[in-house]
Design a protein around this ligand. Structure first.
Ligand code: NAG
Ligand code: NAG
Ligand code: NAG
Ligand code: NAG
Length: 646
């Protein structure tokens, strides 16, 4: 049977209810165990009623006395039957120069078997065959086949000497030996003798430093090997009789300072304590149901009780030491504030909570409580409160829509996946889906009902607005509508800004008209020499124009019209003086006018053509431009002619 299957069977304990009978505690399985869940839920399953059955399994290498590794034990009036004890099993002994009769691979505890030695060999007892007993996983006496001989040679002996120098002895002959000071024979004496037997020397002569003396006999058990004394490094194995168990170490070793660990004892298995006592208002903290000598049990007291006496007691000689008692406190312990939880809250019914008081928690709609809804304060502290988790089975009444309503009458609860429809009040515009679904306990997002806008005269006045269309005054504007305004007289909006307002969920986004900015006026326009103008005022509004005219023969340089621009006049023109023709200068330069002229005044920039007077000439000028002078800023240049050569 596989182990896994075995555990399953272990659960199929019979619960045939026999009349009021004995109860069996959690079994104490040496080198074995029962199904894991019994350990976890010990308090639930134990003690078991008489007649209950339980499957038990031995650890690897151990078996029940029945020879099985798994067995069933039954709760009887005497306790568990058969006792839940796993013994170490024995392997088939390996015997060189011999053989085991009816050999098996494994032997149960206390099984016996017989072995024989081959021709020419004999057992330890000197026989041809011998019976051995499986004790604590060991074969006793230790089996072995020794060669038959008719003579023995003395083996080398350290820390001692033979009384004779003879080396070879015949069967039946003996030899004596003596150990050096401080050394002893295997029997603990300073001298001994050995006999030559057909299987060899009766024992091997040896002299060792004695470190450990004879071992006391073990009540209800034994040990191996049994020797009158032990030397350093000797190992002794202990075993106990049926229904007894080793208390201490199964193996001990002899050191120069003695045994380590100390030899064990065999303890009666029934040497256990009953379940620990439960004082009134006391709480037993120990989870064990089975207690051995030396085990401890811990206590605490109920809320508002004080522990008097030891907090822990011990199992001694099958009895518990005196347990503590719990005494009621005069004043109750005040608790901290009850812990808060997300998506829910504590339903407070008391102003002050004392130890032992309980408080309930409630979750907000759409959430359900996880864990116990009530928690109790213990010793002034609250345990972990429950949690509120999303209720994903059904939805509660759908939420109320602001400025809207459900199309149908709402129900108290809705199944997952169902839907409801909303509509908005008149003039309200719906944004989002009108259908809302119940999805895993919560309603999907609601639509929005966007409010209409109404105009108020006060709002408009505040922003220097009037309606473009007076018929709009008592209209309802829906969300998204545009209201057309215009600025009141003397007010304006920055350039390119529309005088419009959008209705956005009940709020008109009004523009604001600002008072038109007044531009600065100018004083009298700048004076220009040799000019006349059409100005006559002292103050000119921004934008006013003034026109200049130059006096006769004066040249106008620049624009004749200038403007007052926000307090400043543009640059005015200038009137440049004319040139006057001088006959004296002409005579000095020996020139005369080429063309007759109406006036002796020439405008700035004007050219005047000359000719040389007869008998005079000017090659240079003649070739390039002819004889030419120019009026520049009131000065006329004259070309010069010189008397003709030759
Ligand atoms: C084997 O050893 C046990 C324990 O010492 C003893 O009780 C039992 O009688 C022995 N069996 C035989 C067949 O000698
Ligand atoms: C061991 O204990 C069991 C049950 O208590 C009993 O039946 C059995 O006889 C005992 N064995 C010995 C050797 O006392
Ligand atoms: C404009 O002309 C008048 C005469 O018509 C004169 O008195 C006044 O000074 C002139 N103003 C300027 C700015 O030239
Ligand atoms: C001067 O004359 C111009 C052009 O005729 C005219 O626009 C302007 O208003 C006049 N200015 C004054 C101060 O009369």
């Amino acid at each position: 049977m596989k182990l896994q299957n075995f555990w399953l069977l272990g659960f199929m304990l019979s619960t045939s209810c026999s009349s009021e009978g004995n109860e069996c505690d959690f079994p104490d399985v040496d080198n074995g165990k029962i199904a894991q869940y019994y350990y976890i839920f010990k308090k639930f399953y134990f003690p078991m009623k008489e007649g209950s059955k339980l499957s038990v399994s031995c650890s690897a290498g151990y078996i029940f006395q029945s020879g099985r590794q798994e067995d069933e034990i039954t709760c009887t009036s005497e306790g568990w039957e058969p006792p839940a004890i796993c013994f170490k099993k024995c392997l088939r002994p390996s015997i060189p120069n011999g053989f085991v009769h009816n050999a098996k691979e494994l032997y149960k505890p206390f099984d016996t078997t017989e072995y024989s030695c081959h021709e020419g060999f004999m057992t330890t007892n000197g026989d041809s065959s011998e019976t051995i007993n499986c004790t604590s996983g060991q074969w006793l006496p230790p089996p072995g086949c020794h060669q038959k001989t008719d003579s023995c040679e003395t083996p080398p002996l350290t820390n001692g000497y033979y009384v004779t120098t003879r080396k070879s002895f015949r069967v039946m002959e003996t030899v004596q030996y003596q150990c050096n000071e401080g050394y002893y024979t295997a029997t603990g004496t300073s001298a001994d003798w050995v006999e030559c037997l057909p299987r060899g020397w009766s024992s091997t002569p040896s002299c060792t430093k004695m470190a450990c003396g004879r071992l006391e006999t073990v009540e209800n058990g034994g040990f191996y090997p049994v020797k009158p004394s032990y030397t350093e490094r000797d190992v002794v194995q202990f075993y106990c009789k049926e229904n007894y168990s080793i208390k201490g170490s199964e193996l001990i070793q002899c050191y120069s300072f003695g045994w380590d660990p100390q030899p064990p004892i065999c303890e009666e298995r029934k040497n256990k304590c009953p379940p620990p006592p439960r004082p009134a208002h006391g709480i037993l903290l120990s989870s064990l149901t089975l207690h051995r000598v030396g085990d401890k049990a811990h206590y605490d007291c109920d809320d508002n009780y004080m522990l008097i006496g030891p907090e822990q007691i011990h199992c001694e000689n099958g009895h518990w030491t005196t347990p503590p008692s719990c005494v009621q406190l005069k004043q109750k312990i005040i608790c901290d504030k009850p812990p808060q939880i997300e998506n829910g809250n504590a339903v407070r019914s008391l102003e002050v909570y004392n130890s032992g008081d309980a408080i309930q928690y409630k979750c907000t709609d759409g959430y359900e409580i996880e864990g116990p809804k009530e928690i109790t304060c213990k010793k002034g502290k609250w345990p972990e409160p429950p949690k509120c988790i999303v209720n994903n089975k059904y939805c509660l009444t759908p939420p109320v829509l602001i400025k809207g309503e459900l199309v149908e009458t709402p129900l108290a609860s809705y199944e997952d996946g169902s839907s409801v429809e909303y509509k908005c009040h008149s003039f309200h515009l719906m944004e989002g889906s009108k259908t809302v679904y119940c999805e895993r306990g919560a309603w999907s997002d609601l639509p929005k009902c966007l409010k209409p806008c109404t105009l108020t005269a006060a709002d408009m006045k505040e922003r220097n607005l009037e309606l473009q269309w007076s018929s709009d005054l008592h209209s309802n504007f829906l969300h998204g509508d545009m209201v057309e305004f215009q600025c009141m007289d003397g007010f304006e909006l920055p350039m390119y800004t529309e005088v419009k307002g959008l209705c956005k969920n009940g709020q008109i986004q009004y523009p604001t008209c600002k008072k038109k900015a007044s531009l600065k006026s100018c004083g009298p326009p700048p004076k220009v020499e040799h000019s006349i103008n059409n100005s006559s005022q002292e103050v000119y509004e921004s934008g006013s124009l003034v026109v200049y005219h130059c006096s006769e023969y004066h040249f106008l340089n620049g624009h004749s019209t200038i403007q007052c621009s926000n307090g400043l006049w543009e640059s005015p023109p200038t009137c440049i003086e004319p040139c006057v023709l001088s006959t004296e200068e002409m005579d000095r330069s020996h020139v005369r006018l080429k063309w007759s002229v109406d006036s002796n005044y020439f405008l700035h920039g004007e050219f005047v053509d000359f000719l040389c007077k007869p008998g005079y000439e000017n090659y240079e000028y003649a070739i390039t431009f002819g004889l030419r002078g120019q009026c520049r800023f009131g000065y006329l240049t004259y070309p010069k002619c010189i008397p003709r050569q030759g």
